[in-house]
Design a protein around this ligand. Structure first.
Ligand SMILES: Nc1ncnc2c1ncn2[C@@H]1O[C@H](COP(=O)(O)OP(=O)(O)OP(=O)(O)O)[C@@H](O)[C@H]1O
Ligand SMILES: [Mg+2]
Length: 296
């Protein structure tokens, strides 16, 4: 089922094209990462799809246009009121429940999901930043929304806080809800998301399942001390091997995920080329992300 379809969405601030003709399709159950460097248009995009900002052109449609008031089916931190410091988690969530007009007064499962059940009676003021953020996530879950939108939910947290919030987001996702997550952190998207859209300067650069966009390739290093020239020729003439580079000691190349090193070794030895060094490593995601974002 289509949760969100974005068609040719654009928005400029004066001369700055913040979002440039964006097209995206998000399906139910996906954890969709919108990944891009600072200033790439993530927050502007989220602002438009939550009705906070008006697009210059283009459109978006929630839930296949089937919902009369789709924004009621979406939970986002943008709309969450500030919590009251002297009230505890239950009392703060009760206020949110009133604002949202939800009937469900039982916060047990929500507090369990965000791992705040033990601290539900502590004042908000006594919470760590990570706990505050988890309470904000709890607030988005009130009213049982179908889709959740989070803009850089781990910003400003320490490593433990980041790990806790990421675990919470994973639990939210496992509960079957669709999650849209804006992030400038590649490893965050890689850890949490099933799908990703990479944007830069408001332009969509790549989109698809996280695996197919971010980690399909691996690198190999090969050396054959006695047969260097023959090895180089063989690598360069092999269609399955890309980006062959010689760095003085070994050849570095990019191959598909299912490239078979043993087969390569066998083929080489049949030509009397004996590798003295073979190393396989996943292409560093960081490198790939930089490659993708530097193309635009
Ligand atoms: N209210 C505004 N007025 C003028 N320019 C803006 C405004 N909001 C955003 N911009 C510009 O639009 C572009 C996209 O900004 P946006 O905040 O959407 O990016 P972002 O991907 O969320 O960045 P970050 O990772 O820093 O949060 C940037 O160049 C930004 O400076
Ligand atoms: Mg932003």
């Amino acid at each position: 089922m289509s949760v969100l379809k974005i068609s040719n969405l654009s928005k400029s601030y004066g001369m700055i094209k913040a979002v440039d003709n964006l097209n995206l399709s998000i399906e139910a159950g996906q954890i969709y990462g919108i990944l891009g460097p600072n200033g790439s248009g993530k927050t502007t995009t989220l602002g438009m799809i939550t009705g906070v900002l008006k697009p210059d052109s283009g459109s978006y449609e929630w839930f296949g246009g089937q919902e009369e008031n789709p924004l009621k089916k979406i939970g986002t931190i943008l709309e969450t009121p500030n919590f009251f410091p002297y009230l505890n988690a239950d009392e703060n969530l009760e206020i949110v429940r009133h604002i949202k007009g939800s009937e469900d007064k039982n916060f047990d499962s929500i507090l369990e999901l965000v791992a705040l059940k033990e601290r539900r009676k502590s004042k908000f003021a006594s919470y760590s930043l990570g706990m505050k953020q988890r309470l904000a996530i709890a607030a988005t879950l009130i009213g049982d929304p179908q889709a959740l939108i989070y803009d850089e939910p781990t910003n400003g947290l320490d490593p433990q806080g980041i790990a806790d919030v990421r675990a919470t987001l994973t639990s939210v996702a496992e509960s079957g809800k669709t999650v849209i997550l804006a992030s400038h952190m590649l490893d965050e998207v890689e850890k949490i998301c099933t799908h990703v859209a990479i944007i830069k300067n408001g332009v969509l650069l790549a989109t698809g399942p996280v695996g197919s966009i971010l980690s399909a390739d691996k690198s190999i290093e090969v050396a054959a001390a006695e047969n260097e020239a023959a090895l180089g020729n063989w690598l360069r003439s092999n269609a399955a091997i890309k980006n062959v580079k010689h760095d003085g000691f070994f050849f570095e190349c990019v191959v598909d995920e299912d490239f078979d090193i043993a087969q390569m070794s066998k083929a080489l030895s049949q030509l009397n080329i004996y590798p003295t060094h073979i190393v396989e490593r996943k292409q560093k995601l960081e490198e790939e992300f930089l490659q993708i974002t530097s193309k635009a």
